[in-house]
Write a protein that binds this ligand. Structure first.
Ligand code: XUL
Length: 524
């Protein structure tokens, strides 16, 4: 059985995992951090700081430089890259790249003696790519909803109400604000399909998993929705790649990677998907039954669904499940950046964060609570500029209780805003950078009142991508891959502490009242 490569082009880094599916092992992992490895771009967290009006953009050329550096590192390792039979990937969702009509030709004829960046540069009709953290498109969301006869209709067709970070509203804003550049645009790619196009040496399709995060795909039809396209921007149909099932083999690897890094000309490229759909696969959760919480730049909660169910309040989304059917997803913007802010403000390092702070305070924080929204939040939809602290004596916010409060506040928020799924999980599967932290896992178990399990691999998006490559291009059975790669780490399961259920039932009520008292949630 074959050796396959999974890539993950995420907000802060681009990373790789290589699987030997015959041995059932991970044989290599590598990563490039945009902030640390490519500091000249001035994007320490992978996006341009200080965007105006809620804009958050990244430089797509930085992603290409990152991809190239990643392959350089892979080629310098002791791996024989010519053994890789298939590649698939994952991309941060919703981000969009705007390219001219010449891109398709250039990508088919990439010159191995030049960098990717130098060849893509002149084809960008928009120099930067809006990413999922962008909240600048409230007007466009309202306009799309109005044209469609209301948000309920947008949700019924696309699986989500019109959402600021989703690609359709972002496209509309670009078409409105920069019509000349819009007219020059020949193709709009998602991060996933852009990276896949570079690898496959052709402008490839968008997959059902990531395509559903655009407010443009008709979920039931599995194709672009004519009315949503019309409501979004003029001439949009001609600028979108086709949509295809996630398991589609796009073609052979571009000669660029063969010549430059020694990969095989027979290596196949499978369509990339979004990071959450890929994580669903990497967590062994692509068949219904498991609920996953992923702790990353954003935190997400997701589960496979046999049918597309939508959130009546508009907070959750239905996406395509790369293995067929659908998945639900709820995204929380104030994820690891909020946790890091607390950690930095209090001058802690990660071990303090976990051990001292949580050990020094009781579950439930003696009723002290935080609404942990250090910036705008999308679930719930609040325009916050700082966290709200309740229950501390004046001027006496000790660091330990603040640490506990940010974690309990984040997980209470997840619990409250995932009820619409109607799923009572028996176990929660935790992934993402912060999931390795025992204190954080314990807090999730306490707040949700169920055991928390962790898998051996932290990067479930790259793993899921690699599993998709093995399944789609090499015919390896999903069950076999799940047996090998998606088992809980021995001894890693954390169960709720005794007697915490009542404490958190009580705290949840207080937390919900505090939310209503402090913010009027804005919904369009
Ligand atoms: C999901 C979302 C984020 C990004 C992070 O809707 O916006 O989880 O996918 O990369």
């Amino acid at each position: 059985m074959p050796i396959v490569l999974g890539l993950d082009s995420s907000t802060q880094s681009v990373s790789a995992v290589v699987l030997d599916t015959a041995a059932g092992t991970i044989i290599h992992e590598a990563s490039v951090s945009f902030g640390e490895d490519l500091p000249d771009y001035g994007q320490p967290s992978g996006f341009m700081p200080n965007g105006e009006d809620g804009e958050v953009h990244s430089d797509p050329l930085m992603w290409l430089d990152g991809l190239e550096l990643l392959f350089t590192r892979l080629a310098e390792s002791d791996l024989d890259l010519s053994q890789i039979k298939a590649i698939a990937g994952s991309g941060q969702q919703h981000g969009s790249v705007y390219l001219d009509h010449g891109f398709a030709d250039t990508v088919q004829n990439l010159d191995p003696s030049k960098t990717l960046k130098s060849q893509a540069l002149s084809h960008l009709t928009r120099q930067s790519a809006p990413i999922w953290m962008d909240t600048s498109t409230s007007n466009e969301c309202a306009e799309i909803a109005k044209a469609m006869g209301g948000d309920a209709e947008v949700c019924r067709r696309s699986g989500s109400i019109a959402i600021e970070r989703f690609t359709g509203p972002q496209i509309r804003r670009f078409a409105k604000m920069s019509y000349d550049s819009w007219e020059l645009t020949g193709v709009i790619h998602l991060v996933s399909s852009f990276m896949a196009s570079i690898l496959a040496g052709q402008s490839v399709a968008i997959d059902h998993g990531d395509g559903a995060g655009m407010n443009l795909l008709n979920l039931a039809a599995g194709d672009w929705d004519h009315d949503l396209l019309e409501a979004t921007a003029p001439g949009l149909r001609e600028k979108l790649p086709p949509v295809q099932p996630s398991g589609t083999v796009a073609g052979k690897l571009s000669n660029y990677f063969v010549e430059r890094f020694g990969l095989s000309p027979d290596c196949e490229v499978v369509l990339f998907s979004g990071d959450n759909p890929c994580s669903l696969v990497g967590m062994g959760a692509s068949r219904p039954g498991k609920v996953v919480i992923s702790l990353g730049t954003s935190d997400t909660l997701f589960a496979a669904m046999p049918e597309a169910r939508t959130d009546p309040r508009g907070y959750g989304h239905a996406f395509g499940n790369p293995m067929g059917g659908f998945m639900s997803l709820i995204c929380f913007l104030n994820g690891s950046l909020a946790r890091e802010r607390v950690k930095d403000e209090l001058g802690l390092d990660w071990s303090d964060f976990e051990k001292e702070a949580l050990a020094a305070t009781p579950a439930g924080n003696e009723g002290r609570l935080m609404l942990p929204f250090f910036g705008p939040e999308i679930t719930p939809r609040v325009e916050s500029r700082d966290a709200v602290y309740l229950g501390w004596p004046e001027g006496a916010r000790d660091p330990a209780s603040v640490v506990r409060a940010v974690l309990e506040g984040q997980f209470l928020n997840m619990k409250v805003h995932s009820r619409w799924l109607g799923v009572d999980p028996e176990t929660i599967y935790l992934t993402g950078g912060a999931s390795q932290n025992d204190g954080i896992a314990q807090t999730v178990a306490n707040v949700f009142g169920v055991p928390v399990s962790r898998l051996t691999v932290a990067g479930s998006a790259a793993l899921g991508a690699a599993m998709r490559a093995a399944h789609a291009a090499c015919g390896v059975a999903l069950a076999e891959l799940e047996n090998a790669y998606c088992q809980p780490e021995a001894g890693s399961t954390v169960t709720p502490e005794d007697g915490v259920r009542e404490i958190f039932d009580d705290l949840e009520q207080k937390w919900v009242s505090a939310l209503h008292d402090s913010f009027s949630e804005t919904n369009h």
